[in-house]
Design a protein around this ligand. Structure first.
Ligand code: CA
Length: 233
């Protein structure tokens, strides 16, 4: 089935060029011209990937990205016209998966899109794979064995509380993605959980004490300022 891409771009010439080239590659394309309609369309259309321009009328791309990231795991590729470091950092801070600086070649764009979609598919298969057999996620000396609900570090079993395990598994299944506290809370604790995002922070702290070589300078569970957490593996 063709993958769906939502193109959020207010420069109509560029929007049309992008849509044309993406369709030529076999993707289904939907477009939005401003921030609020980008959010509406993302929720209605449930795209497999979103291309998001930063300078948009109504609400900028950073804001759109932050809002979408609260409840959607869809890969987001940010487009920026300003080639300075701050934009790049902020772009990743809000939970974007990748960015491209304008002007960019269609070839580069397509390559990035393919890479993001491929990665998203791997993540999806990891989390929904119900196939029998042993499911093991390996991150260097850290191994999560889903069948046994067991985690080992340097081959030594770790003593994790059930929610610590669930949280680590969720992070491990979404390696490299910025996950908001709200999303983690919803996916790991469930909708009906009576608590707030500090629950997530506390469990991250406990996990870091168990899996980081220096919990004060975490290398595995990285805090993405204002946006949430990212598991580096
Ligand atoms: Ca723009």
């Amino acid at each position: 089935m063709a993958e769906k891409i939502l193109v959020v771009e207010d420069e109509l010439t560029l929007q049309e060029t992008l849509a044309y080239n993406l369709k030529k590659q076999g993707y289904l394309v939907e477009c939005a011209n401003d921030g609020p309609s980008a959010i509406d369309k993302a929720r209605q259309y449930q795209p497999d990937l979103i291309m998001l321009d930063i300078m948009l009328p109504g609400m900028d791309g950073f804001e759109v990205c932050k809002i979408l990231r609260k409840d959607m795991l869809v890969p987001i590729l940010m487009l920026t016209a300003r080639d300075d470091e701050i934009d790049r950092v902020v772009g990743l801070e809000v939970g974007a998966d990748d960015y491209l600086t304008k002007p960019f070649s269609m070839r580069e764009l397509i390559a990035r899109i393919k890479a993001l979609l491929r990665r998203a598919k791997i993540m999806q298969n990891l989390s929904v794979d119900e196939a029998p057999g042993r499911k093991v996620l390996t991150f260097g000396n850290l191994v999560i064995d889903e069948n046994r609900r067991e985690v080992t570090l340097d081959s030594q079993p770790l003593n994790l509380k059930p929610k610590e395990y669930d949280l680590l598994l969720f992070l491990g299944q979404h390696r490299g993605q910025v996950l908001s506290r709200e999303l983690i809370l919803e996916k790991v604790w469930g909708w009906d959980y009576f608590g707030d995002s500090r629950t997530v922070d506390v469990h991250v702290r406990w996990l870091r004490e168990k899996i980081e070589s220096d919990p004060a300078k975490p290398q595995r569970i990285v805090t993405s300022r204002s946006a949430g957490y990212r598991f580096e593996g």
